[in-house]
Design a protein around this ligand. Structure first.
Ligand SMILES: NC(=O)c1ccc[n+]([C@@H]2O[C@H](COP(=O)([O-])OP(=O)(O)OC[C@H]3O[C@@H](n4cnc5c(N)ncnc54)[C@H](OP(=O)(O)O)[C@@H]3O)[C@@H](O)[C@H]2O)c1
Length: 327
């Protein structure tokens, strides 16, 4: 049984004009008609828009569980079987009208690709809006949307623990575009769930490993916290929520152990036989430099158990060469 509790992110709901008369906020897949919950061995048709590394891992996981999965992206020929490729640009409404199959669940996992404002707006504002315009005008709508967002939408910088209800105060165009995409999703008449992932690591995603190997310094004073999640847990979390009968509007996707950046880099350096990173003082007030510690309590209360509960298990798997990064 999936003990998914029901809560709402009041701030987002208020800001998005989310229709409160849509019900009590209780989002119950078991009442959803033909596209009912895939739990109990029932299969669903799922569309993953932006089927890259996380999307492909998710798609393959769902296929193993008996779902029919369509992966949409511009270069869909890169997708492995048994994913069903749909070559389309999510900013192109008429192409989506022609090509997108009817599905019960849609996961939006588009990445901007480049750290440029235009790319972020295309990915999270224009793309979301175009896709929803297409889906909302269909006679048979999906029963649920999932939007893959980021913990960068939160404003906390002083190292405090936060949960889903923390104030949204994104800095810069990346977080602002994500918040705009979240709002559009949550304002849709199609029920939607936002999953805010922390820093993704995994096979072929070794940014911290590279830094540790190169003997880079770390932020020791004030300590900076890093929140991480293994790519396979990103997929696992989404597959779990797709399989839940009742889901919340917003989840934070982070492992059990937010940790100081220096602690993670020291652990990695020891594993790599590299010199311990030099702890540096940034001379900035803690409120600027300490980051945040994200709680996964809501996700855990929903019944999800991490394959890689902390960076130790996850990076040990990466260092031993487990898995591949999907293109
Ligand atoms: N990196 C992190 O640490 C981090 C942290 C928090 C959240 N996230 C979020 O996690 C999600 C998944 O990330 P990922 O690592 O799986 O990204 P990824 O491997 O780069 O996959 C993103 C996919 O989006 C597709 N795409 C981009 N623009 C498109 C468009 N206009 N139309 C159709 N498809 C498009 C790309 O394929 P084509 O180029 O073939 O179109 C690509 O396959 C993203 O939403 C990302 O923002 C990432």
């Amino acid at each position: 049984m999936c003990p998914c509790p029901v809560r709402q992110d009041e701030e987002l709901r208020a800001a998005s004009g989310f229709p409160h008369d849509r019900g009590s906020g209780k989002l119950d897949f078991s009442q959803a008609g033909p596209g009912r919950s895939p739990r109990g061995g029932r299969s669903s048709r799922v569309l993953i828009a932006g089927c890259g590394d996380v999307g492909t891992a998710l798609g393959l996981m769902l296929c193993e569980r008996g779902h029919e999965v369509f992966g949409a992206r511009r270069s869909a020929h890169r997708l492995p079987a048994p994913l069903r490729p749909v070559s389309v640009d999510v900013t192109d409404r008429s192409a989506m009208e022609r090509t997108l199959p009817g599905v019960a669940v849609v996961v939006y996992a588009i990445a901007a690709g480049r750290r440029e404002e235009r790319a972020y707006r295309r990915a999270y504002v224009d793309g979301v809006s175009a896709l929803l315009d297409v889906l909302e005008h269909r006679t048979e709508r999906p029963r649920r949307l999932f939007f893959v967002s980021s913990t960068s939408v939160y404003g906390e910088r002083g190292g405090a623990w936060i949960d889903e209800t923390a104030p949204l105060r994104p800095r810069g165009f990346a977080g602002e575009s994500l918040v705009a995409g979240e709002r559009r999703m949550l304002a849709s008449p199609i029920p939607a769930t936002v999953v805010r992932l922390a820093g993704i690591y995994g096979p072929g995603r070794g940014w911290l490993i590279k830094r540790a190997r190169a003997g880079a310094c770390c932020s020791g004073d004030p300590p900076r916290f890093t929140n991480r999640i293994h790519r396979d847990d990103c997929a696992g979390v989404l597959a779990h929520l797709i399989g839940c009968d009742v889901v919340d509007d917003v989840y934070i996707g982070v492992d059990d152990a937010p940790a100081e950046e220096c602690e993670v880099m020291e652990w990695l350096a020891a594993r790599l036989d590299a010199p311990a990173p030099r702890r540096v003082r940034h001379g900035e007030p803690a409120a600027q430099g300490a980051g945040k510690r994200c709680s996964n309590a809501r996700l855990r209360a929903s019944g999800y158990r991490f394959r890689y509960p902390t960076y130790r298990e996850g990076y040990a798997a990466v260092l031993s060469g487990e898995g591949v990064r999907y293109p």
